[in-house]
Design a protein around this ligand. Structure first.
Ligand code: GUN
Length: 290
């Protein structure tokens, strides 16, 4: 069984970014990323903090905009507009999920697609479906593809099962795996799927993105399968100082022995999401400067 080291692959991606940033800076261009956080969600705060920190480490200009939970739709739209028009900012990310009263779809549509480093804008979603390389690919599924590639997992002709159909992970993941980058035979399973365990047992590659702690159990996984665990779930753990621990969507201890390769949580997909965001931001700075 190969435990895929997401930190190691992320470092490789970041070192590639670093070279490209050096080249951009030699031309007088500093890539810039704005991260907008609305409200106080503790997990989102952690994610936004680590995104900003990674930018600073790499020499990407980063601007963190923290807005109160009571912010109005108009106030958020005004911030997005300002960032759209700011030449120092190449990438804009509004952390999801925003508070319930905010219309997230309208916010995403307001972001200039050329600065939409999340790849959530309809124009970028369409470009992904069209396999047009001028679009941005959402960071988490892009990171999963890179992990498979670096681990030497053959996706071409493989049976892949994506569990979860979100716009952030499941749908773009399925498009990447079925497209020319993956050439896999893809099944997208979700909460209404019948005989989910049976569907999963067919898979050479399982991408677990349901957001339910330790949902994928050993009986759902074929011997020799590769399992990519996208889940980051907080579960109570009195033995930890924080009072919680992080577990994935896969019951790692029982599933891992059956696998050809598997990602742990933490240290699997998580670091890749940030690395791919940095990569998209560098790409955005390149696009903006021809
Ligand atoms: N929330 C969880 N993952 C993501 C992501 O990739 N981008 C944004 N904007 N919000 C998220």
């Amino acid at each position: 069984m190969h435990k895929i080291d997401g930190k190691l692959v992320a470092e490789k991606v970041l070192s590639e970014c670093s070279d490209q940033i050096t080249a951009l800076k030699a031309k007088g261009i500093t890539p810039g990323l704005a991260v907008v956080l609305i409200g106080e969600d503790p997990a989102s705060k952690v994610y936004v903090g680590s995104k900003a920190r990674k930018c600073e480490e790499l020499g990407i200009y980063s601007r963190k905009i923290e807005m109160p939970a009571e912010s109005t739709q108009e106030e958020v739209m005004a911030v997005v507009n300002e960032l759209n028009n700011d030449p120092a900012i190449h990438g804009i990310l509004v952390q999801s999920p925003p508070p319930a009263h905010i219309d997230e779809e309208a916010i995403v549509r307001a972001i200039n697609p050329a600065k939409d480093v999340d790849g959530f804008h309809p124009e970028n979603v369409a470009k992904l479906a069209l396999e047009d390389p001028s679009g941005y690919v959402p960071c988490t599924p892009a990171g999963c593809m890179r992990l498979l590639k670096d681990a030497g997992i053959e996706t071409s002709g493989a049976e892949a099962v994506v569990i979860g159909r979100s716009m952030i992970v499941g749908k773009p993941m399925a498009l990447l795996l079925m497209g020319k980058a993956g050439n896999a035979t893809v099944t997208v399973a979700h909460s209404r799927t019948k005989d989910l365990a049976e569907v999963c047992r067919r898979a050479d590659i399982i991408i677990a993105a349901i957001g339910k702690p330790e949902f994928v159990t050993a009986d759902m996984v074929k011997d020799g399968a590769t399992v990519i665990d996208v889940g980051i779930n907080r579960v109570e753990d009195a033995s930890k100082k924080s009072g919680y621990k992080l577990v994935g969507d896969v019951a790692y201890d029982e599933v891992a022995p059956k696998c050809q390769a598997i990602t742990p949580v933490p240290g699997g997909v998580g670091p890749m999401t940030i690395a791919m965001l940095m990569q998209n931001t560098v790409q955005a700075a390149k696009f903006a400067n021809g």
